[in-house]
Design a protein around this ligand. Structure first.
Ligand SMILES: NC(=O)c1ccc[n+]([C@@H]2O[C@H](COP(=O)([O-])OP(=O)(O)OC[C@H]3O[C@@H](n4cnc5c(N)ncnc54)[C@H](O)[C@@H]3O)[C@@H](O)[C@H]2O)c1
Length: 354
């Protein structure tokens, strides 16, 4: 017989934000206000960039995709995200990207939050893209999105909230994905233009977001498709051998990264020489480097996703979920009355089989 469990003490319980809890939190706060708040949190943490431990994320590659750990700490709190990227998953009815993450107290090492991060990654990636565009993009109200999968609506709404986007032009190799995205964005206040090709989608767009999933060096944008003055938000090239832009575009663009050592491995700039000049976005945000310097300049945010963004997102979710009560206490930490008597705690929980 499995013995009855003693009730866990308060130190055993860690707030767990499930997918249902996260959805309740988004409904409570509102999607656009939450994206804005996440962008502000990320910007705040980028302003204290030097306080964080930084390293490229730790990947495990397979023929189908990648599983990655993304750790960081500011010295007070530790955070990590577990995330995968499997572009073929959709064929089996699975998502390309799923994630969860946690925060811990550096003073005791005890976890203080465990959270779903599949939804949160979509929210923070969109917030990050729009934050970068706030610093780099030309004045524009029109954006093209190429790749209208799981991330796409979040991207559109982040740019509407943070950059004043009014029109979004959609393209995907799968017309069903375009129809899905257009349907989801109807009634959001955005003018939504489904397009038959990427060439049609980029017409008149001051910002081009590429957010496709394909495990190869793809050419979503060829060199002749990108004219002067455009801001490129390249989200889908985020793994070795997985890129979206023709190298000629990179040679003409001013390139902005999150954490350059990671982006050199994973981003569009893996196609360039290892010393090709780039600027980290935190430097622009803190005034140490210029952003866009001329109207005709092509700016490129070579997004791969960095641990500090997830740390900021988890810290925000912890604050808001505790306030709103959108969490479930999880019995995660063994908590013996005498911390050295873990064995005794196990034995007192009931008799073992002979
Ligand atoms: N940079 C980041 O921080 C970050 C965060 C999350 C996801 N991503 C990446 O963003 C990409 C999209 O993620 P998702 O969750 O939306 O994936 P998804 O599989 O839901 O959607 C991808 C879409 O791209 C389309 N597509 C594939 N090849 C295309 C092509 N050649 N032209 C046009 N469309 C094409 C697919 O039909 C699909 O609709 C992935 O590559 C993922 O790894 C990056």
């Amino acid at each position: 017989m499995i013995p009855a469990r003693n009730a866990p003490g308060p130190r055993a319980l860690v707030p767990f934000v499930s997918v249902a809890d996260m959805m309740r939190l988004v409904h409570h706060i509102g999607l656009r206000p939450m994206i804005r708040a996440l962008a502000d949190r990320i910007e705040d943490d980028f302003r204290r960039w030097e306080k964080f431990d930084k390293s490229p994320r730790v990947p495990a590659h397979s023929a189908e995709g990648v599983v990655e750990l993304m750790p960081t700490t500011d010295g007070t709190t530790y955070g990590f995200k577990f995330v995968n990227g499997h572009p073929g998953n959709a064929r089996d009815g699975l998502q390309t990207v799923t994630a969860f993450g946690m925060l811990a107290d550096m003073a005791t090492g005890y976890p203080v939050l465990l959270s779903e991060m599949t939804l949160l990654t979509a929210l923070r990636t969109a917030a990050m893209s729009a934050l970068a565009a706030r610093w780099l993009a030309p004045p524009t109200t029109t954006m093209a999105i190429i790749g209208t999968g799981a991330q796409s609506e979040f991207q559109a709404l982040a740019f509407a909230e943070i950059c004043g986007l009014a029109e979004v032009r959609l393209s995907d190799i799968d017309p069903g994905a375009v129809a899905k995205c257009a349907r989801n964005l109807a009634g959001t206040g955005l003018r939504v233009i489904p397009c038959a090709s990427p060439e049609e989608a980029i017409l008149g767009a001051g910002i081009i977001t590429t957010v496709t999933a394909d495990k190869r060096r793809a050419t979503i944008l060829s060199d002749n498709m990108v004219g002067p003055g455009v801001h490129l938000n390249a989200v889908g090239g985020d793994c070795p051998g997985k890129t979206e832009l023709a190298p000629g575009i990179l040679q003409r663009a001013a390139i902005f990264t999150e954490f350059t050592p990671q982006t050199r491995i994973e981003g569009e700039i893996q196609q360039l020489a290892p010393d090709h000049p780039v600027t980290e976005l935190w430097q622009v945000i803190t005034g140490r480097a210029p952003g866009r310097t001329a109207p005709a300049q092509i700016t490129l945010f070579d997004s791969v996703g960095f641990a500090i963004e997830d740390f900021a997102a988890l810290a925000y979710v912890r604050d808001e979920a505790l306030k709103a009560g959108t969490f479930t206490p999880l019995d995660l930490v063994a908590d013996p009355d005498d911390p050295r008597d873990l064995y005794g705690m196990l034995m007192r929980s009931g008799p073992l089989p002979a």
